[in-house]
Design a binder for this molecule. Sequence first.
Ligand SMILES: Cc1cc2nc3c(=O)[nH]c(=O)nc-3n(C[C@H](O)[C@H](O)[C@H](O)COP(=O)(O)O)c2cc1C
Length: 194
Amino acid sequence: MRIYNYEILNEIQKRWSPRAFSEESVSNEDLEAIMEAARYAPSCFNEQPWLYLVADDEPSLNVMRELLMEKNWLWAKKAPVLIMVLCKNKFEHNDKDNAYCSFDTGTSWGYLSLEATKRGYQTHAMAGFRKKTAREVLNIPEVYTPLAMIALGRPGLIEDLPEAFREKESPNTRKPLNEVMVKIDYFGGLNEEN
Ligand SMILES: Cc1cc2nc3c(=O)[nH]c(=O)nc-3n(C[C@H](O)[C@H](O)[C@H](O)COP(=O)(O)O)c2cc1C
């Protein structure tokens, strides 16, 4: 049960990561709009280091499904869209390492998931996939780091999930606000000299 202390964005309240997906396809318009939201995330030097490899037809979905770890494959194989999220680990403007590429790409996928929620879809990010194999199979150059895969689609039926997943199929909770938001005087950042 989620308790919101404040009236935050509806999509943030509604978003969670279910495993029951319907096989109903995602329209191209919705898919592009969802990616458009990802495109408008802020990033260090506006480098937009994210890259989304999208599979929404059977041949490409089959390639992506093969990359999933068994525990994710069991439910994510039904999702009509599987996306691999990469980030470019070098800055384009000076070819130096971009230490912020995952930070920025995390923001971008967050936007993606909120737009998907707004449009009645659900998303579920997964770190559990074979990254080395993904590099080989999808020809991913070194300059891109595979970060996660995302299942995207309409909600499905809990009864269709493998039994082990059914009882987990509800939104989880969060740490209390005072554990994640700490004023610096409590944290020790302020001392006599400040
Ligand atoms: C980077 C990342 C990797 C994740 N990897 C997996 C995964 O491999 N398998 C899985 O079932 N869920 C995975 N999750 C989902 C998280 O467990 C989930 O987001 C978290 O428990 C919070 O729940 P909520 O998204 O429903 O709010 C991942 C989420 C993120 C952001």
